[in-house]
Write a protein that binds this ligand. Structure first.
Ligand code: NAD
Length: 513
């Protein structure tokens, strides 16, 4: 399929030199003192330039967002939900163009680009329903003629820091819920993928303008970690939702913690599938290969380790090697290809370094990696997905390399397999492939997987928005999206009302005047 990128950019209001920040209808920056040119990892060509925001720009945005919050919180939640419903509708009409730009700017396959926009639509749908269900509980008071209940109020400004690999969905997961909760959002997208963010801001703004939503409810600041640091240290921003590497999360968590703010951290994973001797190996193959090479291994939920029972190890290894031989690598806009490029040349270098480190520790490659050269790979960002036999204890195996390197580890007993699966610093996604009920239940029990996501007979990669998404340990502990994740965007208040003519004290304390 051939896509006309300049038409898509035009349609999504991306020009050649885009402003550094937006509070809605107003765009600013553009003084030209700090410009970043964005090149596509697909073909290495320039897509457009953006201005990078400075501290003054950031302050302009926060001031406007704080003003907007005073108005937005007064709009009834179901009415806010109606606006979010229209955002979902607008995304439906732009799904093809926005999905294609996600693919072209980030490098994931076109199908995955569309899938990412679909996730945004899905979270809008979820948020609309949630807008009528911001429930608190009522309790029975121990005092006569008293009523007790709890309610949830909006928090204020939500700072959203996002990663390059899900350049738009992660923002939508946060923003759609935050908006129905009555909050306003300030988004700092990854400096590697600002154009899709600019496109989203335009899409939202058209809907907001039609509905008279105050300027500042949806804000965008284009910048690198410096803007992220300003946000993390800013008392005016009660919640920072940050998605990215564990290194980043530790810095953000420390800064926000030092001011006793709230942080929602969605960080790196080191996800494993346990392949039992009771598994249907053909099903496993699809889950494992998609999990390992989808998005070129650049998903937080990418399958990085396969922990395989010794009795099926050789058989499954052969299947894998054969399947890897069939993977088509190339332009992700061509729907025949399975795998596109890495995000940039630095990512390629990290991938190559990890392969060397793995070999130095004793890793044995059964499918060799390497950079792909030639006219089809002109951006120099294309690599081969590879597979190595390793020990779980290798330093490189304990570390998340954001690239398509799959590690194979052998096990004898399920207890050992679970220990290996849990034996890494990260705790995002995990899976067991088995048709044995006892094994599945043990894996899901308190003595099983220690991850935020634990699956049976599906892989580690990808998640539905209905569940709470996030992970334990160095993955940061945050939860986004479905279930009761909305609560993090609100503050809880407990209220006690006395409708008697006396003032009894709790715990029977007497205080007579
Ligand atoms: P990154 O940590 O380099 O950058 C992420 C974002 O944080 C960017 O916007 C960046 O500008 C900002 N940032 C970096 N340092 C900062 C600091 N000190 N203070 C404030 N902001 C800072 O990550 P990346 O390379 O863009 O993304 C890949 C990583 O993201 C992987 O580790 C992946 O597993 C993780 N990720 C996790 C999830 C999840 O839900 N758990 C989802 C997507 C990606």
């Amino acid at each position: 399929m051939s896509l006309n990128i300049s038409e898509i950019l035009n349609h999504l209001h991306i020009n050649d030199n885009n402003g550094a920040f937006s509070t809605g209808s107003k765009w600013g920056g553009g003084k030209g003192d700090s410009i970043k040119t964005i090149y596509s990892p697909v073909d290495g060509k320039k897509i457009a330039s953006v201005q990078m925001a400075g501290e003054a720009d950031y302050n302009t945005v926060i001031t406007q967002a704080a003003e907007a919050f005073k108005q937005w919180r007064t709009i009834p939640a179901p009415k806010r939900g109606e606006v979010v419903r229209q955002v979902g509708e607008a995304l439906r009409t732009k799904k093809q163009e926005l999905g294609a730009l996600v693919s072209y700017e980030m490098g994931k396959s076109l199908q995955e680009g569309y899938g990412e926009v679909q996730e945004m639509i899905d979270i809008c749908d979820l948020a609309v329903g949630q807008s009528r269900q911001l429930f608190g509980q009522t309790m029975h008071s121990e005092r006569p003629e008293h009523r007790m209940y709890e309610q949830y109020h909006p928090l204020g400004i939500i700072g959203i820091i996002s990663a390059f690999n899900f350049p738009v969905a992660v923002w939508a997961w946060n923003a759609a819920l935050a908006w129905i909760c009555g909050d306003v959002c300030v988004w700092k997208p990854s400096e590697k993928t600002p154009l899709t963010a600019i496109a989203c801001q335009h899409i939202v703004q058209e809907v907001f303008e039609r509905n008279g939503v105050p300027e500042g409810v949806s804000c965008l600041v284009i910048g690198d970690r410096v803007i992220g640091e300003l946000m993390s240290n800013d008392n005016r921003v009660p919640l920072i939702s940050a998605t990215g590497s564990t290194r980043m999360g530790k810095a953000v968590g420390a800064a926000v913690g030092a001011r006793l703010g709230r942080s929602l951290l969605e960080l790196g994973g080191n996800n494993a599938i346990i392949v039992s001797q009771y598994a249907d190996l053909d099903t496993v193959l699809i889950g494992a290969v998609f999990g390992a090479v989808g998005t070129a291994g650049q998903r937080c939920t990418t399958t990085r380790r396969l922990i395989i029972h010794e009795s099926v190890y050789d058989q499954f290894k052969q299947k894998l090697v054969k399947a890897y031989g069939q993977i088509r690598i190339g332009n992700p806009l061509d729907e025949h290809n399975h795998m596109g490029p890495l995000i940039d040349k630095d990512a390629v270098q990290l991938y190559l370094d990890s392969i060397e480190k793995c070999k130095a520790e004793g890793g044995k490659f059964v499918v060799e990696g390497g950079r792909l050269e030639g006219a089809d790979y002109a951006s120099s960002c294309y690599v081969k997905p590879c597979i190595a036999e390793v020990e779980n204890s290798y330093k490189i195996v304990q570390h998340e390399t954001f690239a398509p390197i799959l590690y194979l580890i052998k096990y004898k007993t399920l207890d050992e397999a679970i220990e290996l699966q849990n034996g890494v610093p990260q705790g995002l996604s995990s899976s067991i492939m088995t048709n044995n009920l006892r094994e599945a239940e043990q894996f899901l029990s308190y003595a099983g997987s220690d991850c935020g996501i634990a699956n049976v007979n599906i892989g580690t990669s990808g998640a539905e928005i209905g569940g709470a998404f996030g992970g334990e340990k160095e993955t940061g502990g945050g939860r986004e999206s479905g279930s009761d994740a909305w609560k993090v965007y609100m503050r809880r208040q407990t209220n006690t009302i006395n409708y008697s003519t006396k003032l009894p004290l709790a715990q029977g304390i007497k205080f007579d005047l």
